[in-house]
Design a protein around this ligand. Structure first.
Ligand code: CA
Length: 555
């Protein structure tokens, strides 16, 4: 007699998630189950997009950062130039919510790469570090990793010398200091040599601002760079609002050039709004409302709504969907949370006692729409899509790209909306170790969608649930899209890939699986050796487009 239990275990059709599928490449995940190891280049993308702030449910921020740093180093060792090119592409295309992981990885490439890698990294420096703040972050990271040798000095000096004078003046005025770094600090380390008189004057102003009076003589209509700097100096001395308004109009001064006392005035914000960069506008909605500018049906409300609806502007400004989602959540609350360190060294957010502004419904709707527009073009696949949200306990810990209060669980729901709003046929289910009811639909506003996940209880994880559910209810699905951290460990159950293969056999549909990774860990439930399965990174602004292309059979 055949020992049935032996056949069952070794057939590789049904394996509990607490054991690896025999003959597969599965490894132990952090939850006590087994998942597939994520390809190191894929993990690089996860880190670039999701960062490591807040850690995950299973490992703390420091350990997660270290794991990711080691993964970046492994990519640099395997093919450093490719690593630099991937980092550069993600940064330049605005696919990541924050540029910090790219800057950090660049610093690693500059410090640990072979000569070809270091050269590529220094060439990429001005393209990745596009603002003074980015440059300060780079200086901070690289400072901790290596000394300031000749190549690095030359690369950083070129950041200053290759920029045109007006842009350089703007960078030095707008980003005067961040995290303990100033342009004077960086210049002292990099020793840039000015290539012309105006550049020399800007460098002199940066390093010896206290004697800025001479800058007035250079501030001629022909020298718009020095005129801008002089406009900034005049704003520091201004005594009344009318002078501030005049200076903003004359010199196109940004918010950062003004003493903060003026930012309580609606008229000042109105003047700033005229030429305000898109990202600054999205970030300043609360401040503009607090000052009383964005009232219903006002001219300023109209300007804001028009710009938020302009896909070209959003794309050119590299506005990331996360920035929009984050702005929507804060704006809709009517107050901004203030962060402070508590006495145990932790970080807490407190809300003010009273609401600080009244959000207008039209701006909330415009933000909701802008979230979709900020993703790369998504053409509907017109396939039957089941969107499966892992809402287990681990997904409710940590934060996406360092956004306070935005957990992987919240983020999954928002991400699923992009596909739900694009596709003609979709269903959304959420699961823990069983199906969990979650009433969300494509027509709901995102802040409400995110709120809907907040109230869910915590639970265990079984990522096979979407496939098991679809099979049990005979729901025809071409593509399963599962938003998860891949920390699946259910027992008794079977592995998600086994459930998918069962589903394919019994339903006669060659169903695909897309795993949308929502944390920067190194696991996936997708079998890398099955062409019908693919990994994308949650909140990569290219992800919804890639999901649709894959579902359409174009990848
Ligand atoms: Ca979990």
């Amino acid at each position: 007699m055949v020992k049935k239990y032996l056949t069952n275990v070794m057939s590789g059709r049904h394996t509990p998630q607490t054991m690896p599928i025999p003959g597969s490449t599965q490894v132990a995940n952090s939850a006590g189950g087994y998942s597939f190891p994520l390809d190191q280049w894929q993990r690089l993308t996860r880190f670039m997009v999701l960062g490591s702030e807040g850690g995950t449910y299973y490992i703390n921020e420091k350990a997660l950062t270290l794991e990711n740093a080691n993964n970046v180093l492994a990519c640099i060792r395997e093919d450093g130039v490719r690593a630099v090119n991937e980092i550069l592409a993600i940064s330049q295309e605005g696919r990541a919510p924050k540029n910090d992981p790219a800057i950090f990885a660049l610093a690693l490439a500059v410090s640990h790469g072979d000569p070809a890698t270091r050269k590529a990294a220094l060439n990429a420096l001005p393209k990745i570090c596009r603002t003074g703040t980015h440059l300060f972050a780079f200086a901070e990271y690289v400072n901790g990793l290596r000394g300031w040798g000749r190549g690095l000095r030359r690369g950083v000096a070129a950041w200053y010398t290759a920029m045109n004078a007006r842009d350089l003046a703007y960078q030095t005025v707008k980003y005067r200091q961040r995290n303990g770094w100033t342009h004077a600090d960086v210049m002292r380390l990099a020793h840039p040599t000015p290539t012309d008189e105006t550049q020399g004057a800007i460098f002199k102003w940066v390093t010896r601002r206290e004697e800025a009076e001479w800058a007035r003589d250079l501030a001629t209509p022909e020298n718009d760079a020095m005129a801008f700097i002089w406009g900034f100096e005049r704003a520091q001395e201004a005594k009344d609002v009318s002078m501030i308004l005049k200076l903003i109009a004359m010199y196109d001064l940004p918010r950062e050039a003004l003493p903060t006392e003026w930012l309580k005035e609606a008229a000042v914000w109105e003047a700033l709004l005229e030429k305000m960069p898109m990202t600054a506008m999205i970030r300043s909605l609360g401040a503009m409302s607090r000052a009383g500018l964005l009232t219903p049906m006002s001219a300023s409300e109209k300007i804001v709504i028009e710009r938020l609806g302009n896909a070209d502007l959003l794309r050119k400004a590299r506005v990331h969907p996360i920035a929009v989602l984050s702005a929507l959540r804060v704006y809709a609350m009517g107050y901004s949370l203030r962060g402070q360190t508590n006495r145990w060294g932790g970080y807490v957010y407190t809300a003010p006692k009273e609401q600080e502004w009244t959000p207008t419904p039209r701006i909330m709707d415009a933000l909701d729409k802008a979230f979709e527009l900020a993703f790369k073009n998504v053409e509907p696949a017109n396939k039957r899509m089941m969107l499966g949200l892992d809402v287990s306990g681990s997904m409710a810990t940590g934060m996406i790209a360092g956004v306070a209060g935005l957990t992987p669980r919240d983020g999954s729901a928002a991400m699923a909306m992009v596909t739900a709003r694009t596709e003609s046929q979709y269903s959304i289910i959420s699961f823990q170790d069983k199906i969990v009811p979650l009433n969300i639909s494509a027509r709901m506003r995102l802040d409400d969608v995110v709120k809907a996940t907040d109230g869910l209880p915590f639970g265990r994880t079984d990522c096979a649930q979407p496939m098991l559910y679809a099979l049990e209810h005979k729901i025809p699905v071409d593509t399963f899209v599962i938003y998860t951290d891949s920390e699946t460990y259910a027992n008794p159950s079977l592995h998600p890939v086994e459930a998918l293969r069962d589903y394919r056999d019994k339903m006669g549909i060659a169903a695909q699986l897309v795993v949308v990774g929502m944390t920067s860990n190194g696991f996936t439930i997708a079998d890398p050796n099955d062409a019908g399965m693919m990994d994308v990174v949650g909140f990569d602004s290219a992800a919804p487009g890639v999901i649709a292309d894959f579902a359409r059979g174009q990848i």
